[in-house]
Structure formats: structure tokens, C-alpha cells
Design a protein around this ligand. Sequence first.
Ligand code: EPS
Length: 390
Amino acid sequence: MLRFETAGESHGECLVATLAGLPAGIPISLEAVNRELWRRQQGYGRGGRMKIETDRAEIVAGVRHSHTIGSPIAILIRNKDWQNWTAALPVEDAEGASDARRPVTRPRPGHADLAGAIKYNFHDARYILERASARETAARVAVGALAKALLGQFGVEVLSHVVAVGPVRLERPVEWAEIAALSRKDDVLLGCVDPEVEARMKAVVDEAYRTGDTIGGVFEVVAHGVPAGLGSHATWDSRLDGRLAQAIVSIQAVKGVEIGFAAEGAASFGSKVQDTIHYSREERRFTRGANRAGGLEGGITNGQDVALRGLLKPISTLRRPLESVDLETREPALAAYERSDVSVVPAAGVIGEAMTAIVLAQALLEKFGGDSLSETRRNFEGYLEQVRAF
Ligand code: EPS
């Protein structure tokens, strides 16, 4: 079983992730992991924090001589901002330490502040927001990069692009090659494959900057080269669509997920929605009329690209704060504001890639198993042979 955990507060010393269950012998490149971390930090609309941080993964266990060794992998990402928070968030109380605290008593509507403070019985939401913060996703992206390293060995690639920022939406279909070209760029604006639409997206973010507001959007994650047969229809919790949906909605500020063209499908007739089945005698394989199902039928991958959309609400920290209540005085008060991003849609797409890669890697290892890459590959090749002979 491939499993991971993360730990770390947004303004603490570092983020930590552990990943157990990757077979031995997978080539790992730190440069590739750091490229993913860099991609997550990009996008027009990010705030002051991203000028402080330059995320770098330090792999401190489980990888030796550029390969996994089958042991749990431990990754560390240091928070540069920690130097500004050492007095405010010490591990141990010191004399007079309470003076250095930076309490948050005016919870932000939409953030975990109030629900978390009630649940964990704090009158200071600091501890809640430190962990609820999307800073944690840097650790997920590092883990996702390792999952991508496994998937890459089996010809599977996972990338993303931005479909909408606020009301501005890309209305045309997108080719895999366009998404791949986008991911190679060294300057990221809003992660949209169409420069004209992207310029209109930028204008929406500018408007949010101007008015002290925030803006959300929609990202699409596409997994290319996925073999048919991952996941299962047999039990509710082995259905891969459900598992991917959970992974996407677990991303901070994501409030919805769409698999394929779910929203459009719900408003249409069955005859227009299902992907018709055909057979190519020359290629001796099944083909499909379209990919509206997003590569998943009955909770099983069907060999088409897996396509998922995450619907991101606008960030809940507003420069022009909303009405709230002070947790101490219970008097009306404007919500807390220190500094914030205005929009993070392309970054959320990169996080969506990581979560998708992790779930696909889990499903791949469930199906093919193996303690070493060569063993997993043998099992994989054997299955492909079976599919060819079907
Ligand atoms: C976040 C608030 C901001 C974001 C942060 C998520 O951080 P800060 O409070 O330090 O300004 O920049 O995201 C990251 C630090 C990151 O790496 O993505 C929040 O409250 O969720």
C-alpha cells in the first residue's frame, strides 16, 4: 500500500512528508522534484509569501544513489519565513514567550479558523490556520513528484491547465500537446493554454487586486497514457473516480470536482453524453467516439486520458475583510488580515496533479504490486499482453 503523510505549520521550521510503499529501483531526480515545487509557487495573483519562499526538497531517507530503496522516503522543505516566526511559534514556552504570540481572534469567513477553534478549544485561531494553510501543499507536491516518477516508468504523465478564472472561461477543447508545452514554460501567468483568454483572466485578477478582493477558478488535471483497468467497480471504496474526487476536494479551497464533462452531461440526454464504442481491426483495439467520461467508467480507467476538474473558491483572506466576531470579546469585528494571495488557480492545478498522481500510483501498485521496479514492470507487461490478446 502506497501511503503518505505530511506535517508542518505554515510558519513553522519546515514541512515534512513521508511516503511508504514505493518499490525499490525507481530513478529519482531532485531537480524534477524541485521543478514541481517551483511550478506550485508560480502564477499571477500570488502574494508576498511567495517572494520569501523558494521551495526546495531535501530527501533525508529512502533514496540512495538516485534510486528508491524500498524504504519509507522522508522529505523536508524548509520555511524561509520561519526566521520571522521563531519567537511567535516556539516549540517550548520560554520566559515572556506569550508576549511574542501573534494571536488570531477574528476568524475569517471561509477559512478553517472558527470551526477549528471551536473543535480544538482554542480562543486563538493561530494553531488552526497554521495547519489549515495551503502551505502544506508544498509537501504534497513533493510526494506527488515521487508518484510521478513511478508513473513515468509506466508511460503515465500527469499535468494540468487552467480552465477558468472567475467568470472568464476557456471554451474550446484542449490537446495534450498544449498542456505539455505549457508545463515546460519558465514563465507562468495563469496557466491557460490560450494567451487571449489568459489575458482576460489576468484582467479579472487585476480587478481583485484593485478592490481588495480574491478570485477563484477551475483547473483541469489530465493523466495521459493511463492503462485501462486501474480501480474497480466491485466495491464502493475501490472505485477510482470516488478516490480521485476525494483527493481533489481535499485540496485547500477546492469546493467541487468534476470528472470529464459531468456538469454538461447532467444537463444533456444520454444519447449525447456516453462515449460510443468502436473497434479498429487494423490496430486490434477498441476506440471511443469521445472522452466525455474523463477516462473513467464504473470506477475503472478505460484507457482514455483521465480528466478531472477542481473548482476553487476565492481565497478566504481578503484585504478588505468581511464581517466576523472577535473570539474574546464576542463583539462584531472585521476578519483578520495579514497578507494573502489574491488568486492561486494555476498553483492549485499543480497540487491537483500531485494528488491525482498519488492516487493513480496507489491504484497502479494495487494492481501490479512488486517490491522492485523490475517486478512491477514484469507484472505490468504480463497484463498488457493479456489486454492485447483480449
Ligand atoms: C495561506 C496564506 C498565505 C499563502 C499560503 C496559504 O501565507 P501567509 O499567511 O504566510 O502570507 O501564501 O500559501 C503558502 C504559503 C504556500 O506555500 O502556498 C493560507 O492562509 O492558507
